[in-house]
Unconditional design. Sequence first.
Lengths: 1025, 465
Amino acid sequence: MSYAELFCQSNFSFLTGASRPEELVKQADFLGYSAIAITDECSLAGIVRAHAYIRDHKLKIKLIVGSLLKSNNIELVALCPCQLAYTELCRVISNARQRTEKGQYQLSEWDIMSLKHVLLLWLPKGNSQDVQSLQWLCKYHQNRIWIGYRRNLSAKDVHYFTHCVKLSKAYQIPICAVGGVLMHCSSRLALQHTLTAIRQNRVISEIPEKMISNSESALRSISKLNKLFSPTFLEESVNIAKRCVFNLDSLHYQYPQELVPKGFTPMAYLRALVEKGKQVRFPDGVPPEIEAIIDKELALIEALDYPFFFITIHDIVMYAKQHQILYQGRGSAANSVVCYCLEITAVDPRQVGVLFERFISKERNEPPDIDVDFEHQRREEVIQYIYKKYGRKRAALAATVITYRLKSAMRDVGKALGIEMAQIEYFIKHLNRRDKGLNWQAQLVELGLELNSLKGQHFIQLVNDIMGFPRHLSQHVGGFVISESPLHELVPVENAAMPDRTIIQWDKDDLEILKLLKVDILALGMLSAIRKCFGYIAAHTKRNLDLAQLTRMQDDPLVYKMLQKGDSVGVFQVESRAQMSMLPRLKPANYYDLVIQIAIVRPGPIQGDMVHPFLKRRDGEEQVTYPSEAVKSVLERTMGVPIFQEQVIKLAMVAAGFTGGEADSLRRAMASWKKTGELMQFKEKLIRGMLARGYEAQFAERIFEQICGFGEYGFPESHSASFAVLAYASAWLKYYYPTMFYTALLNSLPMGFYSASQLLQDASRHKVSILPICVNQSDYEHQVVQEPRQASFAIRLGLRLIKGLSEEEALQLLQCRPQEGFGKIVQLQQAGITNSTIEKLISADALHHFVDSRYAARWSLADQSKALPLFSNIEEKGLQYCHFSATEFENLQEDYNSTKVSLRTHPIKQLEQAKLICRTVKANELLYRPHKSLVTVIGLVTGKQAPGTAKGVTFFTLEDETGNINVIVWSGTARAQKQAYMGAQLLEIKGIVEKEGEVVHVIAGRLIDRSELLAAMTIKARAFH
Amino acid sequence: MWLYLYFPMLQLEGMTKQTVSGDFVTPVVIIDGRKNQIVQLNDAAQQRGIKIGMGLGTACALCTQLHVLPYDDLLERQQLLEIANTLYQVSADIVIDEPNGLVLKVDSMLSLYHDLPSYWQVISEQLAQLGKSYYYGMGESTIMAKLLAREHCNALMLTPCQKRHYLGKIGLTRTSLDSRVIELLARTGVKNVAQLEQFALSELAKRFDTELVYYVGCLFGKLKETLNYYQPAETFELTAPLLYEVEVMAWLEKPIEHLLSRLALFLQQRNLVTRTLYFTLALRDKEALEITLNSAEPEYKAANWQRLLNLKLESITLDAPVQSVSLKVDALEAQHATIKDLFSTQQSAMSAQGLRAILCAKLGEQAVQYLQLTGDPRPEKASTYSHEPHFTTLKSKLRPTILFPKPQPLCERVNIISGPERIASGWWDGEPVQRDYFIVQNEQAQRLWVFREQNNHWYIHGVFS
């Protein structure tokens, strides 16, 4: 006797199902079921995973697509026998989901009535209302309806059985056996109970009545089912399964046709677009070798049938271009000459030496990937364009599955087990996830979790089990799915948390598995900054620049010289502290060096221990060797060290004999490594494959380690190549037009690594003059202004820096500003500016032209009697009646409070002038100190970073008036001087200078917390953890 | 003039005195959970670098063996009242400033104690006996005195110059002013209390709201503060000395009757009721015998108390002659009329609560419990006892009328009527079961509830009626 399970909920029925879809199909296949339906509640979110598992593992079991639908008094399992039924089900789920807010659904009677093709298993409730429900269902679904009979060994089994049989006889409806499965095996019962408690927001032991009372909701063996159900019931389930022939692989989706003009085939149109693009990109004619590449690329696009994809993206970027929104494409397919011609990217192929095949290939069997970054402040315009052009029915965002991570798992499981919340928070706060030596379980025990207690054991077990379980769906950062026909015929669409946003129920992996393409519309702050910078340059120097032009001008040695010094504040991707200290070592001198620089200073390569070998080989200190020619072909361009994600995948193929499909699964596993630990399953195959091909075991082990290192943070070459263009462009702008560059950065905040204050400090170190906010001179934005009586430019700080001042307030002020400027506070009041606005201006010291001090101005403003019309012309007596004058320090503090920047004397300098601290070694003097010499430095703590890649080390960034001081604190030092290490805002460090070329660090020996000197200073250290 | 006493460590000192004797070496902190801030700490904790106002996380990181106690304002208040009560013996006008300060009005007491030093001597002697650490300050207003005390001023009379020096150190954030007002003041350069003195009230009134004007006025004694003075709590305490020693319980009836009627009068006059009476029977050559009498409903009538007492006394035997009887009542409540439904038909002589009170009096509090369903699938745990009534609406299951406390092995031939019902649950409390339950009929036509365990052993667990 065989069996088909037709009612089975996975963990995508959030907080109900206790097994992953993959586990369910695997177990059902093992038990010899002929088919299994994954029927999550009003959702198809888990179905693709089950499908992929069956496909990847070549299981015999058949997957049926279905869903559990619940309305007020009817519960149904809807199964899809054919594609028509599938479309229907997607539509009904979409409708039910979109009626309510995110995460909920509401099924209407009409939804059920309108189902014409799906097969329905009705689940009787066992009460008197059932007769009525069944009569109603029979009216619309004759011949497609069954009674789904569950037997889970509860006290009511007998009654329920007779009830079902009676209904079946009375209405001539066949009965089929169903499991009502919630878990793949009975050992998941505790987890299922925990999920239930989390859903109810209660403690498990408090609500036993809400729990299932046994583990019969697991997949059961066929022999057991034979004892529980009559053969006819079991046979019926198999018969139903036989009727279901729909397979997810048959889903195809059509790109919007309207983009292709009449009379063109898509491919012909793409060729025409490329032809047109050639003239723009290569005004002097296309070099023959490039022409050949274009032909090859087009042939590949045609062979893989992707022309629509390129046309769609071309259309979107053309919209951006018309509206002067700066953009840049990246991703596996982006760095092709075709994309260059279509103006999707600005990477000049002559400079990069692109090999399109490196990015897209037949045998790797992966869909092309193009992400397009837009200016972060204007991305919404592009999104709205897509919605307007295709309508909300045809365009939606991909989902992101939010899953349980360690912290959320500990919180929820702890609550369900009734552990004190304070204790859980204590655990969470003190777990060091970077501690590789001690896993979290052991750390919990160290923190006082009773391992011998039952609760402690349950806690660890359940937290472990629940990790990676989906919690809810959220919207992907920018992955759009666009189609010719309404999307809800392809996949259910539901509401996102943001109003007017809809998401599909599949995430990017699901889309990839089904070979459905998505277009990533992402936001990038640097693009805003670069576009603004181009604008300022055009306005002040009449020079018109764009990205393509910058790359076409070829590498500029002066720009690279600046980068080699580590002078990269504000430069895209290489401005972080780690990048900065690597720049003088790597010394990038051309575009491809930058591509490597961006990819190498990442946790992936650092954890995989690839940086030092690369540096040594580059400096000629170590010989470049390859174990084989095949490996050489993959690693040659990076000196035999794998740096990019693509190289690792390629290695698996050439060195371990992975097929294209396997390599693809490996790539997906790498992306989700942290979530599921899927990578381990590849280890044996990889190592065995490499050994078989004559590689040493040590080499194989190292490659696997590197794959693990890449897992989470791996950076593909294709992305790095696009980013390097922006990095170069921003460095170029910084070098040649610093005033415009810093102004553009300031106007694009928040973005990047540095605060306005840090950017301004850096600007003034580059001799850029900065003019304060002034009610009579400033605009809302920061401006580039010609300095009076000089040819040079300066930054005039804008009103946008002022805390709490809205754009409207600022614009109102600018509108009523007289030609000659304001001269008195009363004038502002008379012009209709509210007191609260004036107060903000005072705080920012924007009235410094005509007011003695902030205190005096406020005292005068506070006098309410002056607001009366009778007194309004009386001279501002209050200005003379000033009690207290502010110290320079108080002024500085107010500057920071109101604008987070100050052009006054740096606090360290002030402290020094006030003789509160002694003169110590300054940031800019460190370079001239001998290596290993003892120094004392003091500075504001502006950064504190304990990266996972550097074990036991914390990096402090201290700021004084001359620059930043990089301090390294070893964990031993930190532990011994915990107080200073943890809380200090102003830190004095006695330590040793360590120099490596132009990289200077201070290795801390003693930390002295001097924060008390700052007392009221409110500069918060930006802590990066 | 006002004297302010500030007790910074009331709870910590109160607790350590109770629990640990001798020197305290483990670092202890008291944390205010709402703000996650440390509010009190002992020397050992201080030595580890922990400071008041720190978060628990930081503190724990600084010291791993930290003993953490939650802040308890009730306890603080109790301690404070205790101090007030003691000082009330020597100083008349006391204002309680919860949770940790007392203000004493000095002027009125000077006529009694002649001069300030002798007054202070009396006060400080009292405080020394209590053994609490404190700071003090004196000023022309309670606010001034408080600010100075909290500044750890510890001086009685200050010269104006000294006073300005102290006030200059006190930031406005330490006052009770609204943070908004403090912010406004700071923005015109006013950052400490001394600066406030320079303003004419009219200048302030033009620019700020009345709260500040009132505060500044009071602070410098220009306006009068409204104060509530401490009144010792009213409790009923009465001892009935006996003319002769009593050896038989029954002979105590009369004096007790007298006590109860006096209590009834006391309560009636104040329109109060109580739930608990404490009797103390002083015995010859023995420790006093304490009898606590509880009523479920608040009560004042002597007769009702008498009835409860009689029941209680039945179970008590005297092993020494009684010398005196005293009655103490401290938890008093206002009397509320109990509403009786005019139309309720069943006029039982006793309410359920009344019955419970009588049973409790007779059998003891612990012996009377309510039965309650839990919803646990394990039959043994499906119901439980609780001291509080609890009403659940759980669905009924088919369960036998009589459930054996312990399952008995099945040793007879039976026919299965229905089943199995599988119960596999209870992993969370360490008593998991996995059983298949059946309803069976034995040869005597009794319907039994039996189960089979995983090891195939059969047991009877109950009988259906």
